[in-house]
Write a protein that binds this ligand. Structure first.
Ligand code: PGA
Length: 255
């Protein structure tokens, strides 16, 4: 039985105070006991420590939205994976479509970041997903295949225990357009099959695959009840307590 996992990707949003208030609000709403699901928030780098303190005592863990693949050294402006561990991060999001499209990250770069993050002791939320034109050209599975092979190059079956895959169709991110339950399930089933083929059935069976792309309270139930949807990576709706908590509750209900 895969434990559901809901993560909030705050992207380049909030101020310190807004982030701390949001984190405190989530911690208060979700309480201190075991939620039966995993919950993480991923604020911008400058607010990681403050948010980590704000959720202390709750079951909420904290993640970053990126890291560099080199060891600490002369890389001006970059953040090394061990630094994130040092300040109490559990997770790092890698391969987000905004970083692929806007920052030019390739699968090869993402693979290096994934390996570095894992060896530093971080858990990785690895994002994959097709563009609208690729879906319209029936290329969804081919794109996912390329991204999975490239981004996971060199990652062993043992290391996969510390990875979560996030399927995020690019056309559904921040657009208000969500994949239908059936579209999400089909892509997730493809990804699970991919894992069985390229790793082994055990890796495929235990791997959590989150859906991301305009997840909100009103569509969370349907998406999270699909057999291969094991959680959500939430952007816009992670920025308000009243929007995010119902998504966590939907995940709890769907267990
Ligand atoms: P969205 O973003 O929920 O605002 O669509 C999801 C994501 O990019 O992780």
């Amino acid at each position: 039985m895969r434990r559901k996992f809901v993560a909030g990707n705050w992207k380049m949003n909030t101020t310190r105070q807004v982030g701390v208030d949001l984190a405190k609000g989530l911690a208060a709403a979700l309480g201190t006991g075991d939620l039966g699901v995993d919950v993480a928030v991923c604020p911008p780098f400058p607010y990681l420590e403050a948010v980590k303190s704000a959720v202390a005592g709750s079951a909420i863990t904290v993640g970053a939205q990126n890291c560099y693949f080199e060891k600490p050294g002369a890389f001006t402006g970059e953040v090394a994976a061990p630094m994130l561990v040092d300040i109490g991060c559990t997770w790092v999001i890698l391969g987000h479509s905004e970083r692929r499209a806007i920052l030019g990250e390739t699968d090869a770069v993402i693979a290096k970041k994934t390996a570095t993050a894992l060896s530093a002791g971080l858990k990785v939320i690895l994002c994959v997903g097709e563009q609208l034109s690729e879906r319209q050209a029936n290329q969804t599975e081919a794109v996912l295949n390329t991204q999975m092979s490239g981004s996971l190059a060199g990652i062993t079956a043992e290391q996969m225990a510390n990875i979560v895959i996030a399927y995020e169709p690019v056309w559904a991110i921040g657009t208000g357009v969500t994949a239908t339950n059936e579209q999400a399930q089909a892509a997730h089933a493809y990804l699970r099959g991919w894992l069985a083929k390229h790793y082994n059935p055990q890796v495929a069976e235990v791997m959590r695959i989150q859906y991301g792309g305009s997840v909100k309270a009103s569509n969370a139930d349907g998406l999270l009840s699909q057999p291969d949807v094991d959680g959500a990576l939430v952007g816009g709706a992670s920025l308000k307590v009243d929007d995010f908590v119902p998504i966590v509750q939907a995940a709890r209900k769907s267990k």
